[in-house]
Design a protein around this ligand. Structure first.
Ligand SMILES: *Cc1c(COP(=O)(O)O)cnc(C)c1O
Length: 225
């Protein structure tokens, strides 16, 4: 990719950031992008990079150089397999897609070895779809309480994708439901709910209206995949 094209990515990232309240974190969804493209959005001020695959993240971390030397934080936003927990514990600063106690327990064990506490979000299947990752809305609180007993992972919020829809407005009920669960968990003794991760390129403004403070954006930053 030419310097000019990378410059255009930086420019579109700057423009996007102008549409987003300063207290909302933008995670650049980096799947299938290069380290150079990611550096171009970091140049615009984005500090959070999201990955869907452990292997892609590993290659990116090896190749990526922060353009201004400031650190960036790496989020796992794709489905995490339990047999990749060890690599994930090493690579990521946050795992947004915890959806079972078995996965949380595997992560906990691996994070203990790294002597770190991993912030995690519980992924909510807010559309109640069959064969979709994430826990069903009525199961979120039970899982959050179970994970709270682990020492090396800490639930800090919720993440949801919602169903594939033609009109992003149709995601409103799913975002609203997830926010309701988030608020309810915030009332639970000992829970630290900080991050509500909802919204992508087509839906981030709606998600922010519904209470998201972390949005995951790919296409709007980098262009079509
Ligand atoms: C790809 C991806 C995004 C970003 O999608 P865009 O429509 O390209 O903005 C957000 N979240 C997850 C989990 C993704 O896989």
């Amino acid at each position: 990719m030419s310097q000019e094209q990378l410059g255009q990515i930086t420019e579109s990232a700057r423009r996007l950031l102008q549409t987003i309240p300063p207290d909302v974190i933008v995670v650049a969804a980096a799947k299938s992008r290069t380290a150079g493209q990611v550096a171009a959005v970091v140049r615009a001020g984005i500090r959070h990079i999201g990955h869907n695959y452990v292997q892609e993240a590993q290659a990116m971390r090896a190749a990526f150089r922060s353009p201004d030397g400031e650190p960036v934080l790496w989020h796992m936003i794709g489905h995490l397999q339990r047999n990749k927990a060890a690599q994930a514990a090493d690579l990521f600063d946050m795992v947004e897609t915890v959806d079972s106690l078995r996965l949380a327990t595997a992560l906990d064990r691996c994070c203990a070895e790294h002597q770190k506490v991993m912030p995690v979000l519980i992924e909510v299947n807010s559309g109640g779809e069959a064969n979709k990752s994430g826990v069903l809305p009525h199961e979120v609180e039970t899982l959050a309480r179970q994970i709270a007993a682990l020492e090396h992972v800490q639930v800090q919020g919720l993440m949801t994708m919602g169903p594939a829809v033609d009109d992003p407005q149709d995601l409103c009920p799913c975002f609203r439901l997830t926010k309701t669960i988030f608020d309810r968990l915030s009332q639970v003794e000992g829970m630290t709910m900080r991050y509500l991760s909802m919204g992508m390129s087509d839906s981030y403004l709606i998600a922010i209206e519904e209470g998201a403070n972390l949005v995951r954006i790919g296409t709007r930053l980098f262009g079509p995949r």
